[in-house]
Design a protein around this ligand. Structure first.
Ligand code: ADE
Length: 355
């Protein structure tokens, strides 16, 4: 147990709160930087409760940097399936290879070398270096921004350049330099459990006497965000073929959403498509040809991503014509479809199809 004589009142209150409220989480029981890295990237995508399953599955399948580096990207994506933001999985795979090539398979221990790895930003580098090596780098994630903005009554937008600098400097100033890892975990946990986004229980908060937002009734207003994300609408039409128990999937290769994941042959249109227009279109006959029968229509599903709203519908058809377009797809047994990494949206269509 750490001695609390040589720490500031803020640090002391924080650690006392953490000691009695912290959750037992598997990545807190290790100093292995690889395991901590995996947990932090997963936690950037999902809440702790949902993240646990992904975490265990991922580290069981890829227990070390070398296991991840040597894996096929399709397998890595399959283990990431459902978490979204698949560039994170690509980046981890690339970073693991980089560690093998540049660091002889040993996870780097210097902050700058950690920060230089693909997909590792300031937050993740600080998390790895403080949790694994107890190095004095403050972690500032959404939980910490919220706590600091409220405690100090700061209205600088947390997503502005100035805000990022201001909060980073403040977090660094507050850091307990002897127990950086513990302090950082406690800051994150405090934001996650006590200083929650909506209706925090301020009357039962150990910081209520000194919290500026509580004193000035700003708790629901802080933190402030500057930018409203611009949302783009997209319209996808999926062609789900049944060719005597076989179907066709295509790997998304362009450098945008769902790169590396499989999906049905897709027609994207600038506006919500009308079925009869799709059926008459050149794009449709290039994929399907002329000899097909419709089994049923697949009604629209709205799928919300951080910067895009996707409206997807489709058609379930029977055909045994192999067009040129289908030659560039993978022909697979419908019974094997769950072996392929697909987006959550495609997963919803698989459910509708009963596949
Ligand atoms: N969210 C991000 N990192 C976390 C951690 N290490 N523990 C709990 N929640 C987190």
């Amino acid at each position: 147990m750490l001695s609390i004589n040589d720490i500031t009142p803020f640090q002391k209150t924080l650690i006392q709160w953490y000691d009695s409220h912290k959750r037992d989480l598997p990545w807190r029981e290790t100093h292995n930087p690889y395991i901590i890295w995996v947990s932090e990237i997963i936690l950037q995508q999902t809440q702790v409760v949902q993240g646990l399953d992904y975490f265990y599955r991922f580290i069981t399948q890829f227990p070390s940097v070398s296991a991840l580096a040597n894996a096929n990207i399709d397998t890595v994506l399959k283990y990431w399936q459902g978490l979204g933001y698949y560039s994170r999985a690509h980046n981890m795979h690339n970073a693991a290879k980089e560690i093998m090539a540049k660091h002889h398979g040993n996870f780097p221990t210097e902050y700058t070398a950690v920060r230089a790895l693909k997909g590792i930003g300031d937050y993740t580098a600080a998390a790895i270096c403080s949790f694994a090596y107890n190095q004095p780098y403050a972690t500032v994630d959404g939980n910490v921004y919220r706590f600091l903005a409220r405690y100090f009554g700061i209205s600088t937008p947390i997503d502005s350049t100035n805000g990022k600098k201001e909060f980073a400097a403040l977090a660094q100033q507050l850091l307990n330099l002897t127990h950086s890892g513990l302090h950082n975990q406690a800051m994150i946990e405090f934001g996650a459990l006590q200083c929650v986004p909506r209706s925090p229980d301020c009357n039962n908060c150990p910081f209520k006497e000194s919290c500026k937002a509580f004193a000035e009734d700003l708790v629901e207003i802080l933190p402030v965000k500057e930018k409203r994300t611009k949302i783009r609408d997209r319209f996808f039409f999926y062609i789900c073929i049944d060719d005597n128990g076989y179907t066709y999937l295509k790997k998304r290769s362009n450098d945008e959403i769902w790169k590396g994941l499989f999906e049905f042959p897709t027609i994207e249109t600038p506006k919500r498509p009308m079925l009869e227009n799709i059926l008459k279109s050149e794009a449709f006959s290039e994929i399907v040809g002329k000899n097909y029968s419709i089994i049923n229509q697949l009604p629209e599903i709205k799928h919300v991503l951080s910067h895009q709203h996707i409206y997807a519908c489709g058609i379930h058809i029977r055909t045994n014509e192999q067009t040129d377009a289908l030659h560039s797809c993978q022909r697979i047994r419908i019974a094997d479809i769950h072996q392929f990494a697909v987006s959550r949206l495609t997963g919803k269509f698989l459910e509708k199809l009963g596949w």
